[in-house]
Design a protein around this ligand. Structure first.
Ligand code: PEP
Ligand code: MG
Length: 887
């Protein structure tokens, strides 16, 4: 038995509103809202998400009371419609559709025309005086019910339809007459019996219950699961089920069905609703991209009254929702019906433009637009590469420019193959006749999507826009040869793996690798949004940058300093490697100091470059962190070299000399070995050299520019306060020595990273020796969870995420309950003894929007992230502040 007792599980459309998304799902809440607004919506009711969760938790059993509630609402619907479900004279037909809180287009199941059976189909034929229409509706129902509810392969029905067309010499389905459809129905029912062992159910109420179960269960199918994972939608929300009176777009030439956006979803341009429709067709035909659609503008010529009403309705919906809407509509014998409205998915370009336009149109305040209309993760797409049009070769084909940006990759024809090659790090373009939700995993793995059929509202286009992936659709010049694993495009034959370039901005396709341009970060709409975010946010945003070039780039994106400059790469470049090896292999302190003296000028030059690039802003430089064996040849290679040398009698003194030292330095688990401050304790001269180089560089830049850099020296991987006390003393002594020699005064701070649970838990002791803390949440995640940051991803972590053991990759989004708690504890302890201590984060989480939100909530002073995520972090920080104020 389920526990959902005494709770209302079903709502009529006129009982809900758009504020009830949690319970009614997005579709249900919006249909209720449209009903409330008095728009022409076919009647119906919504079974709640709670009922779905109850059903799934009880092992696929209806919660107590649900069947009775459905009975009550069905009776009301029958009364309103003046028809009964399954009535042999004049049957009520319903659609049964999924609808979760967050839109998951095409991921879950839908059944249309429910209520038809061998008798009611005759009633429908008589009532509508259209036998062909009635029979066609019934055969569609058998096919959809068979596929979605009973699990009979869709392809078997489609093959039967294709066979019949061929046998009758029919060019399209429309050429099949009533007698043909009767034959087809007999075949369909045979296919159904073969597939299920049962006759096609004739009892409408049993049909309805089975369809509701199927929709509940579709919450757990693979594509729905993948979609949620990709979009960060929780797995425990469940889907609502909408049961709605059918209206028909396929009753003749005055009927149509279509989908439309209230503004352009690729560019964001206002005042130009656009979409696709089909005359004399049923809903799924449009989205499936099976028939070539007409564009919305043409509807004005075909059905002018319905068109005017639709445009007016869309404008009202935009004003109501204060956001771009994506609507589904059907016109039955000239009468318009609205089936659905939702906030439309849009490209990043459209997103920033719409957010600004809605402010200019007086529909939203700046803060509301920032909070509700901007997805910071999508902002990164504005930084997607575009085709270098001036230098592009001749296109081989052209289709619909379905999702902007350009991509290069090898062609693959199957989603599984795209996933396989993608996991090996290959760049691929998924090429299909058209995509279906079953291709989702391949679309995730691909750089871009190319289809032979479908337009801007096809599945491929909508999903690609949402993912921010380039897509070109409806390229008629493509013909895919499944048997050969090859395709022809514009007369060229390409095998799997051959490289192509697609330009989703223009719709062009090129053979080979076409030149791409780095994107333009100076989008004016984005500029305005960043201003709003900067005005609102409390968190500062710095960058992780190791070179002057990166620092300058990040500054261009608005970075307010460097939160982490890793110094290890400075040891790896060119001639330095040899000096570093000498330092490591030095027989005594003098020999080591000599090597360090040679390294120091290189380091000084590096630091000067970075200080110049960040003039006037704080720069946090971290002293050497990685294990030293990383700078030596690999033990395996060296052992081989020595073995070969000895076996062949060709002496290799260099390898012989290195081997014992490399053996000595070898560690089984170097991530937990001699790295971070342990290196500094072992060889203080390394850190002294780095500190001296930093101080000298600061003096040089100050003398040059008159402006002293704001220097912060950071000691990594501290576990004990004593480590920091000792090393701080070394660093201060080295810096003061330089300053005395140079006769200069520079302010500098010395702080530490908090990367180990012990440091977090004893943060009050550690803080006594620190001017600042920077949470190194990469290592802190590794050491708190005991998940190796080098091994977990792509191995067991994948399974953890699939099985929902943890909600998100903890190396991407901070684990609030564990790692986050340590950050909070450490912050409280540190501020308890040093109220003014500066606190920041420099792990990868610093550029992840939900983690930025956490940092805001935890009261940190700044986040630091890679240059390309600086704008993302600025927006996420602004949203956190607006959200907190409830603005
Ligand atoms: C960290 O551990 O979070 C960090 C920023 O340091 P690194 O990634 O260099 O170990
Ligand atoms: Mg670290």
């Amino acid at each position: 038995m389920t526990s959902v007792v005494g709770v209302k599980l079903v709502y009529d459309f006129d009982e809900g509103s758009r504020d009830m998304r949690d319970l009614l799902g997005g579709k249900g809440a919006n249909v209720a809202e449209m009903t409330r607004l008095g728009l022409p919506v076919p009647r119906g009711f919504t079974i709640t998400t709670e009922a779905c969760i109850g059903y799934l938790r009880a092992g696929n059993r209806f919660p107590d009371g649900l069947p009775e509630e459905i009975d009550g609402h069905l009776a009301r619907l029958e009364e309103q419609a003046g028809k009964r479900l399954g009535d042999p004279e004049d049957p009520l037909l319903v659609s049964v559709r999924s609808g979760a809180k967050f839109s998951m287009p095409g991921m879950m199941d839908t059944v249309l025309n429910l209520g038809l059976n061998d008798r009611s189909v005759e009633g429908l034929a008589k009532r509508t005086a259209n036998e062909r229409f009635a029979l066609d509706s019934y055969r569609r129902f058998v096919q959809m019910f068979g596929d979605v509810v009973a699990g009979v392969e869709k392809a078997r029905f489609e093959a039967a339809l294709a066979d019949l067309r061929a046998a009758r010499g029919a060019a399209s389905d429309a050429d099949l007459g009533p007698d043909d459809l009767r034959d087809l129905l007999a075949t369909y029912k045979r296919i159904y019996r073969d597939g299920t062992g049962e006759d096609f159910p004739q009892e409408p109420r049993a049909q309805l219950d089975a369809a509701i179960r199927a929709v509940f269960e579709s919450w757990e199918n693979r594509r729905a699961y993948d979609y949620r994972r990709l979009n960060g939608i929780p797995h425990d929300l469940g889907t609502a089920v909408n049961v709605q009176q059918m209206v028909f777009g396929n009753t003749g030439p005055r009927s149509a069905t279509g989908v439309a956006f209230t503004r352009n979803n690729a560019t964001g341009e206002a005042g130009k609703p656009f979409g696709d429709f089909l005359v004399n067709a049923q809903g799924e035909d449009v989205v499936a991209g099976i028939r070539n659609t007409q564009s919305l503008g043409e509807l004005r010529d075909v059905l002018p009254d319905a068109y005017d009403q639709l445009v007016e309705t869309m404008a009202l919906l935009e004003r109501t929702y204060r956001d771009m809407q994506d609507v589904e509509f059907t016109i039955e014998d000239g009468r318009l019906y609205m089936l659905q409205t939702r906030n439309g998915k849009r490209s990043a370009q459209a997103m920033v433009r719409i957010a600004c336009d809605m402010v200019d149109e007086g529909l939203r305040t700046e803060e509301e637009s920032l909070r509700d209309l901007v997805d910071p993760a999508q902002v990164r797409q504005l930084l997607l590469p575009q085709l270098d049009v001036a230098n592009a070769p001749e296109a081989v084909a052209e289709g619909v420019n379905a999702s902007p940006g350009a991509a290069v990759g090898g062609v693959v024809f199957e989603a599984d193959e795209a996933e396989r090659r993608g996991s090996l790090g290959e760049r691929v373009i998924l090429v299909r006749d058209e995509t279906t939700p079953d291709d989702l995993h391949g679309m995730i793995a691909a750089q871009g999507i190319l289809t032979a059929r479908g337009g801007k509202t096809s599945h491929a286009a909508i999903v690609a826009v949402g993912m921010g992936k380039p897509a070109v659709c409806g390229v008629g010049a493509i013909s895919i040869d499944d048997a050969d694993g090859a395709m022809t495009i514009g007369g060229r034959r390409l095998a799997e793996g051959d490289t192509i370039t697609i330009d989703g901005t223009s719709g062009k396709v090129f053979v080979g690798e076409a030149p791409l341009l780095e994107p333009d970060p100076d989008n004016p709409y984005l500029g305005r949004i960043l201003e709003w975010a900067d005005r609102a946010r409390r968190l500062r945003v710095r960058t992780n940058a190791d070179t002057p070039e990166e620092a300058a780039q990040a500054r261009g994106f608005g970075a307010e300093g460097i939160g982490l400059c890793r110094t290890e790469h400075m040891f790896r470049e060119g001639e330095r490697t040899e000096i570093v090896q000498r330092m490591i292999l030095a027989a005594d302190d003098d020999a080591r100091r000599e090597a360090l003296d040679r390294l120091r000028p290189f380091q000084e030059r590096d630091f000067e470059g970075i200080f110049r690039a960040m003039a006037g802003l704080p720069v946090t430089i971290r002293l050497l962190d990685p294990p030293l064996h990383e700078f030596l040849p690999s033990l395996v290679e060296l052992s081989e070299r020595v073995a070969v040398a000895r076996a062949t009698g060709t002496p290799d003194p260099e390898a012989e000399a290195l081997l014992p030292r490399v053996q000595q330095m070898h560690e089984v688990n170097p991530m937990l070995g001699t790295r971070g401050c342990r290196l500094g304790i072992e060889w203080p001269d390394v850190y002294r050299m780095q500190a001296a180089a930093i101080a000298s560089a600061a003096c040089t830049v100050k003398e040059e520019t008159g402006d002293a850099p704001l220097v912060e020296i950071m000691i990594p991987l501290v576990a004990f306060a004593e480590e920091l006390r000792l090393l701080r003393a070394e660093v201060v002594d080295a810096c003061e020595t330089v300053l005395r020699e140079r006769g200069e005064r520079i302010e500098y701070a010395v702080g530490t990273m908090i990367e180990l649970p012990r440091a977090a838990l004893t943060a009050d002791e550690v803080a006594a020796h620190a001017d600042f803390f920077s949470f190194g949440t990469n290592d802190l995640t590794q050491t708190t969870l005991g998940f190796s940051r080098d091994d977990a991803e792509g191995k067991f972590l994948t399974r953890y995420l699939q099985r929902n053991v943890i909600p998100a990759n903890p190396f991407e989004t901070i684990d609030r309950g564990g790692v986050g708690k340590l950050v909070e504890v450490a912050s409280d302890l540190a501020r308890g003894v040093k109220p003014g201590i500066k606190l920041g984060i420099c792990g990868e989480h610093g550029g992840d929007p939900p983690s930025v939100r956490f940092c805001h909530d935890a009261g940190l002073d700044y986040v630091s992230c890679s240059p390309y995520r600086v704008q993302v972090a600025r927006i996420a920080a602004g949203q956190a502040a607006v959200d907190e104020r409830g603005g």
